[in-house]
Design a protein around this ligand. Structure first.
Ligand SMILES: Cc1cc2nc3c(=O)[nH]c(=O)nc-3n(C[C@H](O)[C@H](O)[C@H](O)COP(=O)(O)O)c2cc1C
Length: 214
């Protein structure tokens, strides 16, 4: 069922990059599960989903991550921290897993997806490992965007965050050995009544400044 456009816009205007979360308020597990599903439903090139969402709620781990996130308060205070990690790099085994999964959920044979498989393997073969990781990383930003928009629709506050040291995150969370590299973060929870940014006017250019109509 479509959501009324004015409701969508109202929620997008309501959202802001939350600087101060109320540390006493946690996102209920049922709601969090739906937010995770929203990110999982993000589109990706060839549908490969070359990502893992690392959800960090453990306060001890969050304390370790705080200093390698430029001491930003959100890391400690938000209800949830999500590390959007990309396959580093995506491999032919990831392609096999994707093709097998797609065949299974669609009730088709793996052979019928040969075109998808060869397209993906060909795309990967044309990239070196660093390029393939960057390609996967771009996909994770789409998942971040879907997550942020879904959070806004569900009345959950969030902050996208690039202010962290990815190599340190990889080390602390053991991501390298899992074939992953951290790309971008989102913190989520509920705004503190003391966050002055919540009431700051939105600074956005007018459509005439950023839209070209042809
Ligand atoms: C990719 C990305 C990285 C960001 N990194 C941080 C960050 O590390 N810390 C922070 O407080 N805000 C961060 N922001 C929030 C932006 O500063 C904010 O979205 C922008 O100023 C627009 O404000 P608004 O989102 O409140 O409308 C980031 C935003 C994006 C999209």
């Amino acid at each position: 069922m479509p959501v009324p456009p004015d409701t969508v816009l109202a929620q997008l205007k309501w959202r802001y990059a939350t600087k101060r979360f109320d540390p006493t308020r946690k996102i209920a597990p049922d709601l969090w599960a739906k937010l995770e599903l929203a990110a999982i439903h993000a589109p990706s090139s060839f549908g490969l989903q070359p990502w893992t969402f690392v959800v960090v709620t453990d306060p001890v781990m969050r304390k370790k991550l705080h200093p390698v996130s430029y001491n930003q308060a959100q890391i400690l205070d938000a209800s949830h921290l999500v590390v959007f990690a990309a396959k580093n790099p995506p491999t032919p085994a990831d392609v096999e897993a994707h093709v097998a999964h797609t065949a299974a959920v669609r009730g088709e044979t793996v052979a019928s997806l040969d075109g998808l498989k060869s397209g993906l393997l060909g795309a990967l073969a044309r990239m070196d490992a660093a390029q393939a990781h960057r390609w996967a990383a771009r996909q994770t930003y789409i998942a971040l965007g879907v997550f942020l928009s879904a959070a806004a629709m569900m009345g959950v506050d969030a902050c996208p965050m690039e202010g962290f040291q990815p190599d340190k995150y990889d080390e602390i969370l053991g991501l390298k050995e899992k074939g992953l590299g951290s790309v971008v973060l989102a913190t989520a929870g509920y705004r503190s009544p003391e966050d002055k940014y919540a009431s700051a006017a939105k600074s956005r250019f007018e459509p005439k400044d950023v839209v070209i109509r042809i």
